[in-house]
Design a protein around this ligand. Structure first.
Ligand code: C2E
Ligand code: CA
Ligand code: CA
Ligand code: CA
Length: 275
């Protein structure tokens, strides 16, 4: 039995070494990927829940790995955060999104996801201001999506950054709302313009009564606080009509469109394609 245990331990160790090795390889690849421009932004449209008209799109990063193919952001964003590479990567995302959105009709916005790690840099707002100046995108056409993790950073610094972004006309969205711990107090302490209802609630509406009640409650909360609400992960007509009926402002999800490359979104947004 002792022998067997030792054998199992060695197997476990080998498995762990393989995982550490795989992680190191991925980290090296990630460093190279930035230099080699293996990243691309996809865009997923957001529509007015009442009229169905386009309001803008969310930028979602994609990594075309030369060997592994498409790597999901869920797999490399955490690594980029741990290694600090999210700094350069995040700047690339902001610059690219602002530059690409410039060709869209002038009323459409682009939403960019910010990592909590980016908020550790007090110069974040300055960086974003410079990117707006360089690309020529007006601040009111940019939205930043932040998660609760960003609000768990140094509160004074985060507040200062968010206030500065707002003076530039940039809109601030609370992403994945309802999945964290103390989101309600954050809504009071931080200057949000929009709440994004997490897809885990959207997915189960309207059949699941509890999820439907939560979507309704968040929509009402947003309305009373003077914030817009967006439902993400809308996949079915039943979800769409229920959520729009509840007075939610915006819809986003596969029902409207999957995330698509820059040239596709520009085509979708071009006035000739207006429905
Ligand atoms: P997120 O910000 O919550 O983005 C929404 C995710 O849901 C996206 O996954 C999107 O493709 C997916 N989605 C949209 N509509 C539907 C739908 O109807 N059904 C389903 N099942 N899924 C839908 P994606 O692109 O894989 O991104 C995953 C996460 O990675 C994002 O979640 C965000 O947290 C992070 N991420 C993506 N791009 C960036 C980026 O540029 N910077 C940072 N910091 N994080 C990013
Ligand atoms: Ca998001
Ligand atoms: Ca989200
Ligand atoms: Ca999410």
């Amino acid at each position: 039995a002792k022998e067997e245990g030792r054998g199992r331990y060695r197997l476990f160790e080998a498995g762990m070494n393989a995982r550490i090795q795989a992680r190191r390889t991925l980290e090296l690849d990630l460093r190279r990927a930035i230099a080699r421009q293996e990243f691309e932004l996809y865009y997923q449209p957001q529509v007015d829940a009442r009229t169905g008209a386009y309001d803008g799109a969310e930028a979602l990063i994609r990594w075309h790995h030369p060997q592994r193919g498409l790597v999901s952001p869920a797999d490399f964003i955490p690594l980029a955060e741990e290694t600090g590479l999210i700094g350069v990567l995040g700047e690339w995302v902001l610059r690219t999104a602002c530059a690409e959105a410039l060709s869209w009709p002038k009323h459409l916005t682009v939403a960019v996801n910010l990592s909590p790690v980016q908020f550790r840099d007090a110069r974040l707002a300055v960086t974003i201001r410079n990117i707006l100046a360089e690309t020529g995108l007006p601040g009111f056409r940019l939205e930043v999506e932040i998660t609760e993790g960003s609000l768990l950073q140094d509160e004074q610094r985060t507040l200062a950054i968010l206030r500065e972004l707002r003076t530039l006309g940039i809109r601030i969205s609370m992403d994945d709302f309802g999945t964290g711990y103390s989101s309600l107090s954050y809504l009071r302490r931080f200057p949000f313009d929009k709440i994004k209802i997490d897809q885990s609630f959207v997915r189960q509406t309207p059949d699941d009564k509890d999820s439907a009640a939560i979507v309704r409650a968040i929509t009402m909360l947003g309305a009373s606080l003077g914030m817009k609400t967006t439902a993400e992960g809308v996949e079915t007509d039943a979800q769409s009509s229920f959520i729009a009926g509840e007075g939610c402002d915006q819809l986003q999800g596969y029902l409207i469109s999957r995330p698509v490359p820059a040239d596709k979104i520009a085509m979708l947004f071009s006035p000739e394609n207006r429905i």
